[in-house]
Write a protein that binds this ligand. Structure first.
Ligand SMILES: Nc1ncnc2c1ncn2[C@@H]1O[C@H](COP(=O)(O)OP(=O)(O)O)[C@@H](O)[C@H]1O
Ligand SMILES: [Mg+2]
Length: 247
């Protein structure tokens, strides 16, 4: 059983006069694949930005292990994000004038790996993520799926403790979505904690725990077996649960 790796207590987030998170309590266990589901505008991305230290709450407390990140300085947060967290978004944000391989290695350098380590780790990831054919191509010369696999490789080269993914398959076709989800599943099976935000059932099914966010409040929680377990009832369980939430 993993220990608590992220913890948010009574998180309130306001943008101007508009409050978008109304006191969210959330605990993420190390090694879990946690999914936050909810409709568009429910506050999923906002919650992910707060838990990953990209933004600060208006009120409440957020902890990564024992450190209160809601109180950390910008400098401490930058270091934390670079060394402990990996990010994958709907848009890849790859650097356009660097090749696939260079984009991946660059993230390693920023995270403090030596040139040599970057090279060998990038080569390993390129193999794992099936990017050999395009490693010397620019992002503009690769497919959407290849670009997103590159973004995943870039996110994990520093072996982050937590991978934050915000609708990572939102811009992909089904085959590429499945591949990206397979990668996240594989990373989780290797012990990395995954927090995935989505409004897509296929993605949600990868989690072993699904939280439901409705208009800035967590209104549901579902526990699933590990994806590798793939018990026949998984899909139905999720469907029934979502129906109960009037999804
Ligand atoms: N930077 C911002 N400034 C003002 N309002 C924002 C900002 N970011 C998000 N919002 C608002 O907060 C609400 C939740 O947004 P978001 O977290 O992006 O939802 P989701 O990811 O679930 O679609 C929306 O109403 C959105 O318009
Ligand atoms: Mg969003």
């Amino acid at each position: 059983m993993g220990s608590r790796i992220l913890y948010g207590k009574n998180i309130i987030k306001k943008f101007g006069d508009s409050e978008v998170l109304h006191g969210v309590d959330v605990e993420i266990t190390e090694g879990d694949f946690t999914v936050v589901m909810g409709s568009s505008g429910s506050g999923k991305s906002t919650l992910l930005y707060l838990l990953s230290g990209m933004d600060k709450p208006s009120d409440g407390e957020i902890f990564y292990r024992d450190s209160e990140i809601s109180k950390a300085s910008e400098k401490e947060l930058t270091h934390l994000r670079a060394s402990q967290f990996g990010f994958v978004f709907q848009r890849t944000h790859l650097i356009g004038n660097l090749t696939v391989s260079e984009n991946i290695r660059m993230a390693g350098l920023i995270g403090g790996l030596s040139e040599k380590e970057c090279k060998s780790k990038a080569a390993e990831l390129i193999r794992k993520m099936n990017l050999e054919k395009v490693e010397d191509h620019l992002p503009s010369e690769v497919s959407g799926g290849e670009a997103q696999r590159t973004a995943v490789a870039r996110a994990v080269i520093n072996r982050p403790a937590v991978i934050f993914a915000d609708e990572p398959t939102g811009a992909l076709n089904r085959a590429n979505s499945t591949e990206v989800l397979n990668l996240l599943t594989m990373l989780n099976e290797n012990g990395q904690t995954v927090l995935l935000v989505t409004h897509d059932r296929e993605s949600a099914l990868r989690g072993n725990r699904v939280l439901y966010l409705d208009d800035g409040r967590i209104t549901g929680e579902l526990s699933l077996s590990n994806y590798a377990g793939k018990d026949a009832g998984r899909e139905e369980k999720l469907a029934d649960w979502l129906e109960g939430l009037r999804w």
